[in-house]
Write a protein that binds this ligand. Structure first.
Ligand code: SF4
Ligand code: SF4
Ligand code: FES
Length: 262
């Protein structure tokens, strides 16, 4: 006997892209003070799109990397402010939220080629780091769990390498600066520290230097020329069939069968 399966009723909720299967659980959130019912499993970014918002700015990678989607929220009945990335944070019922896609933090102009490993230039370009009162609000606001106050403290002491390492996971979202009573643009200062670290402090990797020389000498020109002339299908096949180093091979233990480019 043939049984006709009842298709779930699709109903359109708020927003032009919002299609909600019947029975899906929704929760109320508040965007810029207005209430929207959104599916409980969505990230803030997807929930806002469900509610009809369109991201022209304030969204980039959607993967927690670019720092374009910082969001501030407060739960109903709670005094505490929370911070997160809209593309990573899942909505909760009665969340009052606002996006801060850009924070107008001071960014100094400099030519990295004219700098050195000394911290004096950082102190001259960003004297406001000495206004830090060690309140730690910046660290509490950071969605990447970077110890922001600690890298500012390191820079005050001239420890560029330490600041570069502590701030390595910074994605430049600006939430730290939005909380700073010293009006310090922490992430721009840390970015300068990492640039100085990379250029003047970190030892040069010899294998990288020799590979750049090989590229400059034209060693790979013919191969690149062949690849760029291939049609799409051949290129795809070549990519799928390429030799790959095993994930867990120990250093130097693996060599490809094709050795002409080694
Ligand atoms: S250090 Fe500041 S800018 Fe960097 S990820 Fe954390 S809050 Fe964002
Ligand atoms: S928020 Fe500003 S003043 Fe407070 S610890 Fe961070 S850098 Fe210092
Ligand atoms: S969109 Fe890039 S971090 Fe959220």
């Amino acid at each position: 006997m043939c049984e006709i399966t009842k298709q779930p009723e699709i109903k359109v909720a708020t927003g032009d892209r919002a299609i909600l299967p019947e029975g899906a659980k929704t929760i109320p959130i508040f965007v810029m003070g207005k209430k929207y019912d959104v599916p409980e499993t969505l990230t803030i970014m997807k929930a806002m799109e469900f509610a009809g918002f369109k991201f022209l700015r304030g969204a980039g990678c959607r993967g927690g990397i670019c720092g374009a989607c910082p969001t501030v929220f407060r739960m109903a009945g709670d005094y505490k402010l929370h911070f997160g990335l809209a593309c990573q944070t899942v909505v909760e019922a009665n969340m009052y939220l606002a996006q801060i896609p850009f924070f107008p933090a001071n960014r100094a102009s400099y030519n990295i080629e004219e700098m050195s490993a000394a911290a004096d230039a950082i102190h001259a370009l960003y004297p406001e780091i000495f206004r830090c009162v060690a309140c730690n609000l910046c660290t509490k606001a950071c969605p990447m769990e970077v110890k922001v106050m600690d890298y500012i403290a390191a820079l005050k002491q001239g420890q560029i390498d330490k600041a570069a390492r502590i701030s390595f996971d910074c994605i430049q979202c600006g939430l730290c600066a939005s909380r700073c009573m010293g009006e310090i643009p922490q992430y721009h200062v840390a970015q300068l520290a990492r640039r100085i670290f990379g250029k003047f402090i970190q030892p040069r990797f010899e294998h990288l230097v020799s590979r750049v020389k090989e590229i400059e000498s034209g060693k790979y020109d013919q191969m690149l020329d062949e690849l760029t002339k291939m049609d799409h299908e051949t290129l795809k096949k070549k990519y799928v069939e390429r030799e790959r180093e095993p994930d867990l091979s120990s250093l130097g233990a693996w060599k490809p069968k094709e050795t002409q480019y080694l």
